[in-house]
Ligand binder design. Sequence first.
Ligand code: CO
Length: 437
Amino acid sequence: MDTERINRELLDFLDSSPNAFFAVANMAKKLERAGFVRLSEGDIWTLAPGGDYFVTRNGSALIAFRVPAGEWSGFNIMASHADSPSFKVKTDPEISVEGNFTTLNIEKYGGMLCRTWFDRPLSVAGRVVIRTESGVESRLVCVDRDLLMIPSLAIHMDREANSPSAVNVQTEMLPLFAGKCDKGAFLELIAEEADVSPDDILDSDLYLYNRDAGKIFGLNGEFIASGRLDDLQCAFASLTGLLESEPTGSVAVHCVYDNEEVGSGTKQGAASTFLADTLRRICSSFGGDGEDFLRAAANSFMVSADNAHSVHPNYQGKADPTNRPYINGGIVIKYSANQKYTTDAVSGAIFREICKRAGVPTQTFANRSDMIGGSTLGNISTSQVAVNCVDIGLPQLAMHSAYETAGAKDTAFLAAAARELFSCGIRRTGEDLFVIE
Ligand code: CO
């Protein structure tokens, strides 16, 4: 796919995916359009050779897989995450300020760069759970207009405003919602969007999102900018690769978790059984037993794809002296001696070989030895399903800002590597001997 087209498609996906619920719904739509069959975790699965399937959990995590028409020995997995740092709207959110303003009570979801959320149009999106005749039903809601703003304090009232200082989320970041308004006005607005009466809304998960659309910028259009590039850029590239793949020898598995930004410890996060459950059910649907599942796991390979830090042009000293990834330089393989990244010599070598076959450049990342760095989902996921795993990502700047910057060339690189991963068969023939077909 050409770079221009993949970037347009990526930005459309980002703009229509204000949070994990929408990212998963949009991926599900794409998969259904491509002929994938939706499975439910509550039903019996009857799978066929050559079949394409997907399953979601909590509406915020998704696994899609393609079964080869012929023999297969394991799973080739690419895992990413659908969630991004944001602010969750608390229950009963309106706060009246001196009878002249109404702000909303919110709390942090994940570790964002707080100041980037000031002075830009925001709105809310998420899900409401409503009362129905027979029980409860979940419904997605997105208020698709400029609704909220977190105004900063004028420089005249805070001469220290340009020196770094912590932001108090409870007192300084409550978004301005209205002038004087009645208690319950927020819920009424959400009910109207969901096309139900406010009394029928039993509960909700609603998050702020940045209204600014994604953009391509730079003298020659070298860069892209958008909210949620971490990690929807990888999720999108993985899905693109899956849709273009021709699986042979291994089941191709596109796995997108939720809740990476808050430690992955939920039923739909990387620490959950979602992936293990799905792989086990694929095996048993083809008549495999527990032994067959363990054999398939031993013949599997996982790529944990979560965005990486590019060298920053204004802060070059923050990067490692020798491992210096740059935007538009290709896929970043991440290393950590403490195994915060799962990459080891074996998994790194296999992934390099896959990229070489795909004609895709790679670069490497390691944290400076005097910096701790972040964490990701690879090592959490492999504690649930013990497979060979490599940690990679696309290079970006301003990670966890409300508006992040990445490279215009890199999405196509990861899509091509994903297509290669999902099309090849990886088989173990000895402890650390692998055949890549
Ligand atoms: Co991430």
